[in-house]
Ligand binder design. Structure first.
Ligand SMILES: NC(=O)c1ccc[n+]([C@@H]2O[C@H](COP(=O)([O-])OP(=O)(O)OC[C@H]3O[C@@H](n4cnc5c(N)ncnc54)[C@H](O)[C@@H]3O)[C@@H](O)[C@H]2O)c1
Length: 380
């Protein structure tokens, strides 16, 4: 196989952008698209001159694809992803891989059972600053994590929320900022700082006319004794992504795409016991970091996924990692809604019960001007 033949399932805002990217990459070829909306699939299949299907099962059975990108609303990700891998087709799933940990479990089980390549579209992992931050952590230069912090205010206007019947509803989307806008940053936060073992969260709807949360925060506890804090919203401008990971040997600070690393000449535990002067503090050095020139964005993840199929290249964003953000999202919603600390891994049945109740309370949206438009910031 020289090129991986790709199908895209769900060719709305994000899926139609994936279709274009697949056509441009060296390792991939677009051969089919699917969307349950006939007008949408007809438009994209005509523009891209490939086969179009309103039923994704027909795309899977067509023999036209080796791999698919699933870019439907999140609730459909597990059923489509599992059906794909069971049909011997590799699966690159949009984030979040599922709305609930129970759904994410199904995808991970299917990937293990079928041996198909399974990836998740966390394109921020391709950023040079993230690649370097990972190297610093993996090489042990940061040391044991002592404290974490993520502050991630984002912004969406009401027209965004009104652009689809599924958006910002419990029945159609399964959450608000936590399930839709937060996952990219959250993925990086856990990639660098690790998974918390317990969260105590607050969730609320502060600015928008929606039934799900547009603001959330949480106090975090880690199994090694570290503490952390997390904040996300779609209510502020300018938007920002700040992550701080403090370790025994230094501190990593990521502000948007700017990375700083301060290393300590003597580690905190060692300095604390050995230093004799009353007002001593460990000496810190800001290290000069060289950021690599590398491919970034969705294309970097899709290209790497294709090279994994073609020649076993290590995945930048393995599907198995996709469950971590789902655990975190479910834990925050459960904790915020029930007003109690929640342990990770999340109790599957308790979360399903909560979600079923929230879905029952969900109301059909009255004011909707459907728009399937790719976020212009993603196609720059
Ligand atoms: N990685 C990123 O940067 C990024 C950015 C935006 C959206 N997303 C993700 O992509 C997914 C889609 O978001 P969007 O903004 O493109 O939504 P959208 O509403 O613009 O598009 C979704 C499309 O899926 C179609 N669809 C729904 N159910 C389907 C089914 N069962 N089979 C086939 N088609 C189906 C809809 O008709 C629609 O055209 C979401 O999971 C979202 O989180 C990721």
């Amino acid at each position: 196989m020289e090129k991986v033949r790709f199908g895209v399932i769900g060719v709305g805002g994000m899926g139609s952008a994936h279709a274009k990217i697949i056509k441009e990459l060296e390792e991939t070829e677009l051969t089919a698209v699917s969307d349950m909306d006939k007008e949408t699939v007809d438009k994209v299949s005509k523009e891209d001159a490939v086969a179009g299907f309103t039923d994704y099962k027909k795309l899977i059975a067509s023999g036209l694809v080796d791999a698919v990108i699933v870019a439907t609303p999140h609730y459909f990700h597990p059923s489509i992803g599992v059906a794909t891998m069971e049909a011997e087709i590799h699966c690159l799933c949009e984030k979040p891989i599922a709305v609930s940990v129970k759904g994410a479990d199904l995808l991970l089980e299917a990937a293990k059972r079928t041996g198909k390549v399974f990836g998740v579209m966390y394109q921020s992992r391709s950023l040079p600053a993230i690649r370097v931050a990972r190297e610093i952590i993996e090489s042990g230069r940061l040391g044991k994590v002592r404290r974490t912090c993520m502050i991630n205010p984002d912004y969406r206007c009401q027209a965004y929320y009104d652009s689809g019947t599924w958006r910002a509803t419990w029945a159609g989307e399964g959450g608000g900022v936590l399930i839709n806008q937060a996952p990219h940053g959250m993925d990086l936060f856990m990639l660098l700082g690790g998974m918390p073992s317990r969260v105590t969260a607050r969730v609320r709807t502060r600015l928008h006319d929606i039934e799900v949360e547009d603001e959330a925060d949480a106090l975090l506890e880690y199994s090694n004794g570290a503490w952390g804090y997390y904040y996300v919203s779609t209510t502020e401008a300018p938007v920002k992504r700040m992550i701080e990971i403090s370790g025994d040997n230094g501190k990593l600070i990521l502000e948007n795409e700017t990375l700083k690393f301060y290393s300590l000449k003597t580690s905190i535990p060692e300095f604390t016991v050995k230093n004799a002067a009353m007002w001593g503090t460990p000496e810190t050095v800001e290290e000069k970091l060289e950021l690599p020139k590398c491919e970034t964005g969705h294309g970097a993840i899709t290209g790497n996924f294709a090279r994994c199929i073609l020649r076993g290249e290590k995945l930048l964003s393995p599907g198995e990692d996709g469950i971590k953000s789902v655990e975190f999202i479910n834990a925050l919603i459960l904790s915020g809604k029930k007003n109690k600390p929640v342990d990770i891994p999340v109790d599957r049945e308790e979360y399903e019960e909560l979600l079923e109740g929230l879905k029952k309370s969900s109301k059909e949206k009255k004011v909707v001007k459907v728009q399937r438009v790719t976020d212009p910031r993603l196609t720059k």
